[in-house]
Design a protein around this ligand. Structure first.
Ligand SMILES: C[S@@+](CC[C@H](N)C(=O)[O-])C[C@H]1O[C@@H](n2cnc3c(N)ncnc32)[C@H](O)[C@@H]1O
Length: 330
């Protein structure tokens, strides 16, 4: 019997649960600790529980770690002593600590983690090498488990990939995370088409990697991108740029705030401007009800021109998923 904490986006909890049930018929959700954290019970080992997700990365699940102990908390200083005792009871040797707190709790994440192991607290950018003591505190209760970093669904705390690359807005994090999550290496000198580019974080990330960018959006780009000779800006809708586009790009990226199906149709129309075997990264906005059927419909449209390599609800996505596509041969 395995107990585990599973992490997902607060906007996709239900779909994350569906995804879990699809692979694990005998899984019970004991408690929803927060919109992002589920406490679950499963009849197999933790390794068997995470195996399907290791073979084929899930869409909605961000992280999972095993729970071997849970203990009530009262917020006193005594909590820290008891957490330390319980942790060292669970694991004697060398281990790192990944701690998260949801809801109100008087102690900080760092003070909790440091009370357990002063010198082995993982900050956001550290990749754990060996054993990890994972800890989730929901104010009244601590959920604690020990595992190898490689056994957990993600080696990172909460599944959030580390990056200290500066971005001019939050959208930039999506591009950085998608390049890492999909294992995409961009070639300097390649030419990218950025649809819905404004204000310009994606263009900025691509420029930093040495790509030339054609940016299409009805709004203005950041001033420094307007002044960049390797950024060509077209202040118009993607629908309108299509009629005058006479370039074949190496990469198309699309973060347009548009109905998912309309965005997919535009991508199919733009496929003629993507080189054979060229790749595309796009977000599908899933704000409405019936998100599954909306996504299925958009994917069906996209398959006319693209192979869908990966669909992932990234940690930095909000009410959307990110797709990694490759152009089909016509
Ligand atoms: C989420 S923002 C994109 C942020 C951008 N990726 C960045 O990194 O700064 C969505 C953008 O899509 C643009 N947009 C919406 N509909 C569009 C369309 N039909 N054609 C082109 N751009 C569109 C909006 O004007 C807005 O700039």
């Amino acid at each position: 019997m395995t107990h585990a904490i599973v992490t997902c986006s607060e906007y996709f909890t239900e779909l994350a649960l569906n995804e879990l049930h699809r692979h694990h018929k005998h899984l019970t959700c004991i408690r929803q600790i927060s919109p992002q954290h589920l406490f679950i019970k499963h009849s197999a080992s933790f390794g068997q529980f995470t195996k399907p997700s290791k073979n084929k990365l899930p869409i909605y699940l961000h992280h999972a770690f095993p729970v071997h102990k849970n203990m009530p908390l009262d917020g006193s200083l005594d909590d820290l002593t008891r957490l330390r005792e319980q942790a060292h009871d669970l694991c004697q040797g060398d281990f790192d600590v990944q701690a998260r707190i949801v809801g109100d709790y008087p102690h900080t994440m760092l003070s909790v983690a440091q009370s357990i192991r002063r010198d082995h607290v993982l900050v956001a950018n550290d990749l754990p090498q060996g054993r990890v003591l994972s800890l989730l505190i929901d104010g009244q209760c601590a959920y604690m488990g020990i595992s190898w970093a490689t056994q957990n669904l993600s080696p990172y705390n909460g599944g959030k990939m580390p990056s200290d690359e500066p971005v001019p807005n939050r959208a930039g994090l999506k591009m950085i995370e998608s390049l890492a999550a999909f294992g995409i290496r961009l070639r300097p000198g390649s030419h990218a088409l950025d649809l819905g580019a404004a204000p310009g974080a994606w263009t900025e990330v691509l420029r930093r990697r040495g790509l030339r960018v054609t940016a299409v959006a009805p709004q203005e780009m950041y001033p420094w991108l307007q002044a960049d000779p390797d950024v060509s800006s077209y202040y118009m809708l993607a629908e309108d740029y299509l009629g005058q586009c006479d370039t074949v790009y190496d990469l198309i990226v699309n973060d347009m705030r548009l109905d998912a199906r309309d965005s997919a149709r535009l991508m199919v129309a733009y496929a003629q401007h993507l080189r054979a075997d060229g790749i595309a990264i796009m977000t599908l906005k899933l704000r409405m009800h019936h998100r599954l059927s909306l996504m299925d419909h958009a994917l069906r449209i996209l398959r006319k021109a693209y192979k869908i390599i990966r669909v992932r609800q990234l940690v930095s996505n909000r009410r959307e998923v990110t797709l990694y596509l490759r152009r089909r041969d016509f």
